[in-house]
Design a protein around this ligand. Structure first.
Ligand code: TLP
Length: 345
């Protein structure tokens, strides 16, 4: 049976070129600072996003957790978007590791309401009141269906943060999807934030790892926190080698994933009992609602699976499908035909 896996872009397998680079990677003990492949990856990554330095971390979650830990003191407030990954889907590290108070704010597709944001930032200086010291942003925004945050919004947030002297951290797990969708280089988005985390192991196809980039002294502190969290790895050039290929060779092809997501979204918009606005699909993530008497989202996911189409149900009504390098036009046709079989009966 043909298996078409739309659960996430994290399911992508390393390319042959990556495996070859991994086999031949020059390695050393990275905790002692002498893995040349990791050093090279960190230099390339910092340059890509226009920051002084970068550090290789095992996961996006660890990258975000380190950033919050370095920028904040316990008891301070961190502003998060209410559907953001850092707030909802990272096992509560804001509270557990950094001991900060998340202040969730509503948004329009990941774009904060500026008045609400200003009010949250301009808190009364009073010893009763926890003070915000960090604003977080997510681009593209996962649970807003891969929405791209406009560059203009980055400028507005920078201004608000600067007026109060507070930091901005970008969860840019899929920053290159945003960049390919808009033509705006990743370093331009990153120029408005103090730190950025981005993933190598999602659409870019590397097997493991994310990068955290920012000012050199921030990255020095990040090295200490990474070690504390058990993220210091030894001959890790073996996987960093795949990360280098991810950054150098796998960015431009993301446009194919975006095209396929659009095709799938338009087809879904014509199915009975499926709610989706295909115009909103800007990158590689599709969320849609199942509004049928006879079928919940988890039940539909089960039926899809019987035909080899894998998707994730996110609630009783919501399904997420993600396109990536390991699903091609044939997989899109397979998915559309399967939806028809199930829904047009
Ligand atoms: N996202 C995963 C799941 O956790 C949902 C996925 O399949 O999309 N920021 C954003 C915006 C993310 O989407 C993710 C992972 C992370 C951070 C965390 O990255 P990892 O999984 O490497 O810890």
């Amino acid at each position: 049976m043909q298996i078409s896996d739309f659960r996430s872009d994290t399911v992508t397998k390393p390319t042959d070129e990556m495996r070859e680079a991994m086999r031949n990677a020059k390695v050393g003990d990275d905790v002692l600072g002498d893995d040349p492949t990791v050093k090279k990856l960190e230099e390339i990554a910092a340059k890509k996003v226009g920051k002084e330095a970068a550090i290789y971390v095992p996961s996006g979650t660890m990258g975000n957790a380190i950033a919050v830990k370095v920028w904040t003191n316990e008891g301070e407030e961190v502003i998060v978007e209410e559907k953001s990954h850092i707030y909802n889907f990272e096992s509560g590290h804001l509270a557990f590791i950094s001991r900060v108070i998340p202040r969730p704010l509503p948004s329009d597709r990941g774009v904060y309401d500026l008045e609400r944001l200003k009010a949250a930032v301009n808190k009364r200086k009073d010893y009763h009141v926890p003070q915000p010291t960090l604003i977080t942003l997510e681009n593209t925004h996962n649970f807003w269906g891969g929405a791209v945050i406009p560059l203009e919004h980055f400028k507005e947030i920078r201004e608000i943060a600067d007026r109060k002297g507070i930091r901005v951290h970008l969860d840019g797990a899929r920053i290159f999807n945003a960049s390919i969708a808009t033509g705006i280089p990743a370093y331009e988005y990153a120029s408005y934030v103090d730190s950025i985390m981005f993933c190598l192991s999602k659409g870019l196809g590397a097997p493991v790892g994310s990068m955290l980039a920012g000012p050199a002294d921030f990255i020095e502190k990040a090295r200490h926190v990474r070690k504390m969290l058990g993220g210091g790895m030894r001959q890790v050039g073996v996987i960093a080698a795949a990360g280098i290929i991810a950054l150098q060779k796998m960015v431009d092809r993301l446009s194919e994933d975006h095209r396929r997501a659009k095709t799938l979204a338009y087809a879904l918009s014509e199915m009975p009992g499926i709610e989706i606005d295909p115009e909103n699909i800007e990158t590689n993530i599709i969320f849609f609602k199942v509004k049928r008497e006879d079928l919940t989202a988890p039940e539909l996911v089960e039926k899809l699976k019987e035909h080899g189409v894998l998707a994730l149900s996110m609630s009783d009504e919501d399904i997420r499908m993600v396109t990536h390098k390991d699903v091609d036009d044939g997989d899109i046709r397979h998915a559309i035909e399967t939806f028809k079989k199930i829904l047009l009966r």
